[in-house]
Design a binder for this molecule. Sequence first.
Ligand SMILES: [Zn+2]
Length: 572
Amino acid sequence: MKKWMMTDVFFIATFCLCGCGMLGKQRALVRGRESMAKEKQLDAFISAHVEKIKPMWRAAALASWQASITGKTEDYDKMKELELAIRTVYSNAAEFAYLKEMKESGQIGDPILARQLELLYYGYLSNQIEPGLLKQMVDLDARIAQRFHTYRATMEGTTVTVNDIKAILTTEKNSRRRELAWRASKQVGNEIVADLLQLVRLRNQAARKLGFDNFRTLRLTTGEQDPKELDRIFGELCELTDKSFAIAKADLDRVLAEQYGISPGELMPWHYHDPFFQRAPLVYGQGLDEFYKDADVRQLAEKFYAGIGLSVDDVLQRSDLYERKGKDQGAYSTDIDREGDVRILTNLKNNENWMETALHELGHAAYSKNHDRAEPFLLRDATHSFCTEAVAMFFGRLSRNAFWMQEMLGLSAAQRSQIEKVSAKYLELQQLIAARWMMVMYYFEKQLYTNPDQDLNSLWWDLVEKYQLLKRPPMPPDAGWASKGHFTTSPCYYHNYMLGELLASQWHHYIVHNVLGLGADAGVSYVGQKKVGAYFREEVFAPGIKYHWDEMIRRATGEPLTPKYFVEQFVR
Ligand SMILES: [Zn+2]
């Protein structure tokens, strides 16, 4: 195998360079031989592991896909069964001990093998859970997921979908009806909260047995992230956005209150167009939906990606794009087999929100699709989940870019400048609002895992008041927070969206200046820029998870991850 030849060369080169005496050379030779034997053994272990896990991953991904498009209990059961089987593989204590020993031996010199070892080690570490506890967790997880996806809220005795609620929160002027829709959006939280808290306790129990203080610390560690580093980034961002957010929010409140015919002091959380105030209400001039209502967002996304040389037509053909009864109402991208079968799930409508989502999910999909398949199977993955979020956000942001809209929708220069006037302000507001919202999620989840038995409903509103400057409703707080699906399906993940925004801005800066060779980003739409697609394919997508995320970012942008460009782009 080619890899082994490379390793041999590596060791010969090492001997030549060390220039030590005869005794030293002999020791080095012994160590070299030991090392090579260990590498050979590990390589065989990895091959056997991949042979076993590859079909299991594919089957589980297909089952999960099937469950989310049908909502049927038998499909969720199948998904659960396959997921449990995979986690059982990674729970093998003897194999974990072997990997641990290999890792600690320091004798795996080949970087590709060492990287796979590192990933396997973390994969096994997070699953060193006794079978009974593991089964309880997987069962509960699947039960919540199913109730979550199939639950339909009611408002004034009628069933309403998530899209119905969004429509009311965007357009309704009557405060009472807004409140009812907002409350309907939270019903599912109260429905699942008991199960969710039980799941949190089980997750903590499992983590403590592995020597971690709670599940969150375990999760961050195995995801190659440092809790202290995250605290530092979030602390910095909070400070950097405090003032700008307060100013922007006061201005937004003035405009919103005027539209509802109330005073700013009377504004409640249901007045903000989004159940969690995570998106900016479109109140400055017209919304952008008007420009998309006669367009086909699927076609636009397909055309855009083809234009930058990252065709996704095959992805779209395999995807499930439109609303249907029983189907998951969210959106995601999934890599079924690491061999090119990549799909997205959406509930597309021809509006700006879904344009953004289509671009976002297809960004994930382009990442998965373009991993270099010559790399080992275990390395065909995103460097880190926040890096794939960054790609998705980089492209998702274009749905509000005036120049992108002009080119893709064939708008006039007058229409473009009309959009430009509102979109710059809107984008800035959107990023500020999103950043503050993510702080709520970040600090809440930290507390949730530190102590799931505290008064979480009140804590939620403490944080919402502090970071989002919203007013808590007068009645006793309920578990509406649990209607945020991420608590169940993607625990301790939300901070990655913020890191993704930071990296998306860093890429934007780098690509404008170093790939396109421009002095500033004015008028940049990326439409038809094959260089952009090539940059992402070569620098980011192809290497997969070969490098730690920190190294990938240094290689691809020439510096470590920094909030500098996000602040430069969005915070005045
Ligand atoms: Zn995403």
